[in-house]
Design a protein around this ligand. Structure first.
Ligand SMILES: C[S@@+](CC[C@H](N)C(=O)[O-])C[C@H]1O[C@@H](n2cnc3c(N)ncnc32)[C@H](O)[C@@H]1O
Length: 347
């Protein structure tokens, strides 16, 4: 099909498409994009044979800012009302060329999907579709087997599925680039999810404990009511929470938090600190610890910054300096997709 589906935040399809077109061209893959307005994905067309595979071999998903995830298209399937599974199998059997070995399937919906029936259908369809694909030899027998690729299905509605594959070596760490996080009832604010997303996305995999964890110290500037502080305390850290506003009483009872009622712009730590969770723009960030701690602090402020700017060059400049992946966080400064209860203060 010589097409790639690129997933992005809804409303950023054009930015993602331009970014992909330019990045692909720098790897000598030439194509054009077709945005799907506000649906959080775009189709990238590469007219030359083998170009899409070349693109995912040459360009790393981590180099992209607006494109959060992607997959190579194998077939665009019109789904009948009677046998949707059969239609997918027929389409995959008619694909020219080899399909990489896949052990599992991921069913996705457009990011802006508001159709609860379609969501239910997608959830319930995974099992019968996987079983039938396994029976047809289109998925590995063992769903837990390590495989170089994963089958992908983007259900744009009940009538259409875009089917393809993503490579294990070059796709987002989290499906669609977004860790789906659960907000525990004890979290003082929904902000807690932002910090969790930031460290899941920005900290190098497997090295989280170099930055977070028992015995380490953190400073939370503008901390009230305490969502970020709460996350750090959950890691066993001691936190200095700087804010003139009130902190969550239960969190304070943990004994891990020193609440300093002060202006965060003026306040300076008495001693070196491990992690500085700066969360509002300021001309300079106090150096609270060693370079590594500062990198985390910068990653966190970058996270905030990235959610507020749409200028790719600016993001790239900051990201390039800091060596962090340039992924745009999914929050727009207000919301993260979350599971669980959430009648909590917005941040
Ligand atoms: C959006 S809330 C932070 C929510 C917090 N991140 C959480 O996780 O629950 C912003 C906080 O910044 C505080 N703030 C704003 N300017 C400040 C300053 N100059 N110094 C200290 N705190 C400040 C406000 O009092 C407010 O509590």
């Amino acid at each position: 099909m010589e097409q790639l589906i690129a997933i992005c935040r809804p409303g950023f399809e054009t930015e993602a498409g331009r970014e992909l077109t330019d990045s692909a061209a720098s790897g000598e893959v030439y194509g054009y994009f077709e945005p799907s307005v506000n649906q959080g994905f775009l189709t990238f067309h590469c007219p030359g044979p083998g170009q899409v595979e070349m693109l995912v071999q040459r360009l790393s998903i981590d180099q992209l800012v607006f494109v959060r995830d992607w997959f190579v298209v194998l077939a665009d399937v019109a789904l009948p009302t009677s046998d949707r599974v059969g239609a997918v199998i027929d389409a995959l059997r008619s694909v020219d060329g080899a399909i990489p070995v896949c052990a599992r399937i991921e069913i996705r919906l457009p990011e802006n999907n508001a159709d609860a029936d379609l969501s239910n259908f997608a959830r319930k369809w995974v099992s019968p579709l996987s079983k039938a694909l396994r029976g047809a030899g289109l998925l590995e027998k063992d769903s837990k087997a390590e495989s170089p690729a994963r089958l992908e299905v983007l259900l744009t509605g009940f009538e259409r599925a875009i089917v393809g594959f993503s490579l294990a070596s070059n796709r987002a760490r989290y499906v669609s680039g977004i860790p789906r996080l659960r907000l525990p009832a004890s979290a003082p604010s929904r902000s807690a999810l932002k910090l969790e997303e930031a460290w899941k996305v920005f900290l190098p995999p497997g090295q989280e404990l170099d930055y977070l964890g028992s015995g380490k110290q953190a400073v939370d500037l503008g901390a009230a009511p305490g969502g970020w502080t709460w996350q750090l305390v959950r890691q066993g850290m001691m936190v200095t929470a700087v804010d003139n506003g009130p902190m969550n009483a239960e969190l304070m009872a943990s004994g891990h938090v020193e609440h300093v009622e002060a202006d965060g712009y003026q306040w300076r730590p008495r001693a070196r600190c491990g992690l500085d969770g700066v969360r509002y723009r300021r001309p300079s960030t106090p150096n609270l610890g060693d370079g590594r701690a500062l990198a985390v602090c910068q990653a966190l402020s970058l996270y905030r910054f990235q959610s507020e700017t749409t200028d790719e060059k600016t993001i790239r400049r900051v990201v390039g300096v800091q060596g962090h992946p340039g992924r745009r966080p999914c929050t727009d400064g207000n919301e993260l997709p979350a599971e669980g209860p959430s009648p909590l203060p917005r941040s």
